[in-house]
Write a protein that binds this ligand. Structure first.
Ligand code: HEC
Length: 115
């Protein structure tokens, strides 16, 4: 009888514990959050320059056309000169251009893994 009382006495504590574990479970969902975040940026990895690439380059064409490339920084530079001269992309100020080129070369360079 004593034992039963003790177990019953523990019940509320177990319930509370269950609640805590559940709450932790809900907070610990970074995997789904990350997927949602990548979706939001059309798969562009996070980093300085992502916003610029996303809004600027995505304005005219799919970002797929950007993501499928693997170019050196110089080749990206030439691509963007061509984008400005032949495709009507607004010319970037040197700071923004540097930011975008660094981003592209870092994530979509010739030796990138996520091809
Ligand atoms: C004003 C519109 C415009 C903007 C802004 C723009 N592009 Fe383009 N881009 C084009 C057009 C149009 C084409 C297709 C040209 C063709 O295939 O004849 C193209 C094609 C490309 C290609 C494919 C080149 C190839 O070899 O087929 C790449 C890579 C590219 N753009 C990268 C970018 C990047 C990176 C940005 C942002 C920094 C950007 N573009 C911004 C209009 C734009």
């Amino acid at each position: 009888m004593r034992g039963l009382v003790a177990i019953l006495g523990l019940l509320p504590a177990l319930l509370v514990l269950g609640g805590v574990v559940h709450a932790v479970d809900e907070r610990a969902a970074p995997a789904t959050l990350q997927v949602a975040e990548a979706d939001e940026w059309d798969g562009l990895p996070s980093g300085a320059g992502r916003e610029e690439v996303y809004s600027l380059c995505g304005a005219c064409h799919s970002l797929m056309i950007v993501k499928q490339q693997g170019l050196s920084r110089d080749a990206w530079d030439e691509t963007l000169v061509w984008m400005v001269e032949e495709q009507g992309m607004p010319e970037l100020d040197p700071d923004s251009l540097g930011l975008v080129l660094d981003y592209l070369a870092a994530h979509y360079g010739p030796d990138r893994e996520n091809r």
